[in-house]
Design a protein around this ligand. Structure first.
Ligand code: PDD
Length: 299
């Protein structure tokens, strides 16, 4: 059987899954989304992702499409039907279907669409060589903390980066030269003094779940992590750089705008952080599997 998608209460063949042409997500990007990694059939950091979904929905005054425990069940059902072991689960919630009119509709039911995607483990060269990033102007709106469907500036930046031969775009505020984050990842550097820096949480960036988890893990190890802004020039002078996201986890960055960073190879701090993060994922997988077995054993 082919891949299924979940659309407003129904499991449908992915290739034929459809939403209404007047869904506000389609017409206004009036909605939000989440991407949760799945490893060995276990959702990684599910609760923080659902918390962030709740935050994004509340900021835009969009109602939950179903109650949170129901959403958790539907995610598992779709994963099971698609036999998803490793990859991502994507879910988006929009304000629903209504005749096109900018103001919120008086009555609309939030739409929920869920898809899964299998991912192969990333190529080892990603971690042995690192990747290149390209600096692009940050032309986004002022509420990047909301995980909104409106991703046009991110799409344009990523495309420009790919055309420049890079893996990701790092977005820079034109006047200050400050690097906020990547087009779909958070940006980090390691300085000569050993400081591990990433842009502070707030309205300017998406509060990445991988970023948040890594900050906690690094702090628990007594590592010198600091949430502070850094500029493009500081990034170019860094000893190491890396990026984080739910789909890529932690990827070393060894070139920025064609310039080699540090030794040109992934550095020891990035490697240590990656190991810490992978150990966190492995713990979640072990706990998730115990949980799943306990549920399966219940009469
Ligand atoms: N992107 N910054 C932006 C702008 C993002 O879109 C993302 C996630 C991140 C990293 O957040 P997290 O660690 O929670 O994945 C940072 C997802 C993966 C996407 O759009 O596909």
């Amino acid at each position: 059987m082919g891949r299924l998608a979940y659309v407003n209460g129904r499991y449908m063949p992915h290739a034929h899954a459809q939403v209404h042409i007047e869904d506000r997500g389609y017409q206004f990007a009036d909605g939000v989304y989440e991407v949760v990694p799945v490893v060995d059939g276990v959702l990684i950091d599910e609760n923080p992702h659902l918390d962030r979904l709740g935050y994004s929905l509340a900021e835009l005054k969009i109602a939950w499409p179903v109650a949170r425990p129901v959403l958790r069940l539907i995610l598992r059902e779709l994963m099971a039907r698609n036999r998803l072991r490793r990859g991502i689960i994507y879910f988006q919630v929009t304000r629903g279907v209504a005749p096109r009119d900018h103001k919120f509709p008086a009555q609309a039911k939030s739409s929920l669409v869920i898809t899964t995607k299998r991912l192969k483990p990333p190529a080892p060269s990603l971690f042995s060589e690192g990747v290149a990033v390209s600096i692009q102007p940050d032309i986004r709106w002022a509420r990047r903390d909301i995980k909104s469907l409106s991703l046009l500036p991110n799409v344009l930046a990523k495309q420009a980066a790919v055309q420049a031969g890079a893996y990701e775009a790092w977005l820079v505020e034109e006047v200050s030269g400050i690097v906020t984050e990547g087009s779909s990842t958070n940006a980090w550097i390691v300085t000569h003094s050993g400081e591990i820096a990433t842009y502070p949480r707030g309205h300017d960036i998406l509060g990445g779940i991988t970023r948040e988890t890594l900050l906690d893990l690094a702090e628990a190890q007594g590592l010198a992590v600091v949430e502070r802004a850094f500029t493009r020039d500081e990034a170019l002078a860094a000893t190491e750089a890396f990026l984080t996201s739910s789909s890529a986890f932690i990827v070393p960055v060894t070139r920025i705008d064609g310039q080699v960073i540090g030794s040109g190879k992934p550095g020891p701090v990035t490697e240590r952080l990656r190991e810490l993060y992978l150990a966190h994922v492995a713990r979640q997988v072990a706990l998730g599997q115990i949980g799943a077995n306990a549920t399966a054993a219940r009469p």
